[in-house]
Design a protein around this ligand. Structure first.
Ligand SMILES: [Cu+2]
Length: 349
């Protein structure tokens, strides 16, 4: 018995030490070192991108709000939600699932304590030989069935809402996961894929952004407009995830996954790749800037794209319709991720 307890304590200690920040940091550093030993192609491409972005029309990224769209120090639960599905899912978690967990855990713990005290050997030398009790057996079958039905109804409703096909007027963005950065393409707006790399931590802090979450090029999206993300991977499985939108969808090579949501409030929202995808898995953040539809149209113009239904833009070639046509807009037509990166949108530095 003692040995078993010792083994259990050892296992606990090992588990705790794995969770300790120092060892987690050591692990992160090891990953970092491994990644630096690996070919630094994306980083090099990124630098080329930074050089090229200087010539692009200015678009000032918004400053993030520390309490919105990013994790908080000491936070225990989910981030505040900014999509209708997010509110619904968080409501379900807080008001149904959490209470089911708490009530069942407390009930089972109370039963165990009661049995341990009431039927202990000293007080109960001759054990009962009862082996059946029809009433209890019916209860412990029927009550869990009702609990499961109670969970299933809102769960299935949430699933149906999350996978409801996007309306016709939805804005489509194609998201591609690469080892180890993201590519964003706006087919409705004629914006070819551009690449989003992690900002170096010092640069992120300089800009007032959270380290390891800030990206050089953000995915800019309008608020109040249904967004349809088409998500895929180019090399291995990644996972596109933004906690404040209740969005997490695998990016699988050779497969197009779809996710629809509507953002309620302008702001900067961060996420991370959520599928172990290799050495720099922890260093491919997602940064979304949600803006008003008017500002979104400005951003689209600044990228050399056009809004759907914008006749003047359709009549003239895209590059000519941009006021700052003198800048090398042709570069944005690059098709490969690396080249697209070189033509990536301007960043505030
Ligand atoms: Cu990844």
């Amino acid at each position: 018995m003692n040995r078993r307890i010792n083994a259990f304590m050892m296992a606990m200690a090992l588990g705790l030490s794995a969770l300790a920040p120092s060892s987690a940091m050591a692990q992160a550093e090891a990953v970092n070192a491994a990644a630096q030993a690996a070919p630094a192609a994306p980083a090099a491409a990124n630098e080329a991108g930074n050089a090229a972005t200087a010539a692009k029309p200015a678009w000032d990224y918004a400053k993030p709000v520390a309490t919105v769209g990013q994790p908080q120090p000491g936070e225990m639960t989910f981030q505040e939600q900014f999509t209708p599905n997010g509110h619904y899912a968080l409501w379900m978690h807080d008001n149904i699932l959490l209470w089911v967990c708490i009530i069942i855990s407390v009930f089972v713990l109370a039963l165990l304590l009661y049995v341990m005290v009431r039927f202990r050997r000293s007080a109960n030398p001759v054990p009962s030989r009862t082996s059946h009790n029809t009433l209890i057996e019916i209860l412990w079958t029927v009550i869990p069935v009702f609990i499961l039905i109670g969970i299933a109804i809102p769960s299935i409703d949430l699933l149906a809402r999350q996978f409801k096909p996007a309306p016709k007027d939805a804005l489509t963005v194609k998201v591609t996961g690469y080892q180890w950065y993201w590519g964003y393409e706006y087919p409705d707006n004629g914006i070819p894929e551009f690449v989003s790399n992690m900002l170096p931590p010092e640069k992120a802090l300089e800009r007032g952004e959270p380290r390891l979450l800030a990206a050089d090029n953000r995915m800019v999206l309008p608020v109040g407009v249904p967004i349809k993300l088409i998500i895929t991977g180019s090399d291995v499985i990644h996972s596109f995830s933004i906690p404040a939108f209740w969005v997490k969808e695998d990016a699988v090579p050779g497969r197009l996954n779809e996710r629809t949501f509507t953002i309620e409030k302008p702001g900067v929202y961060y996420g991370v790749c959520s599928e172990l995808c290799g050495a720099r898995h922890g260093f491919m953040p997602i940064a979304v800037e949600a803006v008003s539809p008017d500002k979104f149209a400005q951003w689209v113009k600044a990228q050399g794209g056009k809004m759907p239904g914008d006749k003047s833009a359709e009549a003239a070639p895209a590059a000519a319709s941009v006021p700052a046509a003198a800048e090398p807009a042709a570069a944005t037509n690059a098709a490969t991720p690396a080249a697209a990166n070189a033509a990536a949108p301007a960043t505030k530095s």
